[in-house]
Design a protein around this ligand. Sequence first.
Ligand code: SIN
Length: 537
Amino acid sequence: MTCTTDFLVIGSGISGLSFALKAATLGSVTIITKKAKVDTATNLAQGGIAAVLSENDSFDLHIQDTLRSGDGLCDEKVVRMVVENGPARIDELIRQGISFTHDENNPAQLDLGREGGHSARRVAHAQDLTGREIEHGLLKKVAENPDITVLENHLAVDLLIASRAGLKSTDEQERCLGAFVLDREDNSITPYQAKVTVLCTGGVGKVYLYTTNPDIATGDGVAMAYRAGARIANLEFVQFHPTCLYHSKAKNFLISEAVRGEGARLVDERGRAFMKKYDPRGDLATRDTVARAIDTEMKASGDDCVFLDISHKPADFIKKRFPNIYRTCLSYGIDMTREPIPVVPAAHYMCGGVLTDTMGRTNIKHLYAFGETACTGLHGGNRLASNSLIEAVVFAHQAFEQCRRDWPELSRISYPDVPPWSTAKAEKIEECVLISHNWDQIRRLMWNYVGIVRSVKRLTMVKQRLDLIVSDVRQHFHDFLLTPDLIELHNIALIAQLIVQSALLRQESRGLHYVIDFPEKDDLNWKKNTVLQIGKP
Ligand code: SIN
């Protein structure tokens, strides 16, 4: 059996849903999502969505802040394009029913938050639950649209590539025909054919032991794209969020950078503020600097965490501005209106990904990538806080515009016969420990040796260990009938290997990549992307 659709969207976060709503004006759309629709990084986003939305701000300021944060590696034309399109996309979200918080003193204005690296207030938010507001608002629109089908519990296994399906391409470029998709209900695998396939599967946080990301963040889109021959860039730039709640019972709970934007200070166990030692911007320095400063403080003191203190602000303000963070901390016995919150850095955002052009196109024909899965050139070596949601909606729009232009040609594409997924001699996996042991090893190796501060020696050691794990996992992938856990393990093993490969390539320190053997930035040799492509040196 084969399923067909005009647009296959893999992932149900802000970029996938925004694109789907637009693409449905051209043809049929199928969104597949590996768990429930709302299990996305978008849904967890607290801070908000950055754009120039006030008279005290300007496109130039937002562009300069983004470039400075990206540490010389942003693509300036992409930065300009995203920043200049930002306000229109926010208007569109509002027209789609998304409700952002308004300024109490001037209800006609949005209340704009501030975060690290921003020189003006420009972060639109829905209190501290911005992602949830956006995700639910867009899902509601999607549910009302008869041209969009959402399939939950459907996990893409691999892309369907023309040459591998025995089909000739009319030109040199490889062509994507859709994807092989596993239905979690019975683990059956079906080819889904599409005229356009979109990868927006989110990030890779689960490669690390501690992350702010949801469980779905296993780098599936990047891994599938790499295996299919797409160009993958800048995977060494893993952003660690400086302030994840440190509590034995809390799983991945983020304390938004917006808390520092409203005046919170990072302090050590004795209550001493330390950020000014590291950067004149203090607590509102960019994330690379803040996470590294916390790492240095913790290593020097031997303490398990540092603290974030906003207790000097009025309790009513804190409860109103950060209701979710306040309630969650309180549920762990921490009253943030009266005491500092224990925090540690955790893996948060992948700045690299599948390399795209300004329209979201990859080097594989009919394959697009956006959201955290993509490397568009916006973030460079360090993403400016709250620039990711705006990037997602701008690129979803760009991709739609491209598809609209190409539609006369795209709409004529027919669906060829493709071979089914081969299960050959595969057997049912009996011992789940084969999966859990490798999974745990990868995440610990990455956390201990490929974190905020790296060294060539440690990276080389991890590479050797990962090579063994990857070959073991590949063997399982071919020997056993596929299950969601095995597919995710296969993906995180590859992503870990690619992160280490990229980190070893970049022989300098820039943005989020700090390696003690090369502590300086080397513009002469390294003001460029690290690009990996299967079969290419
Ligand atoms: C936060 O609220 O601190 C996260 C925002 C982001 O990662 O852009």
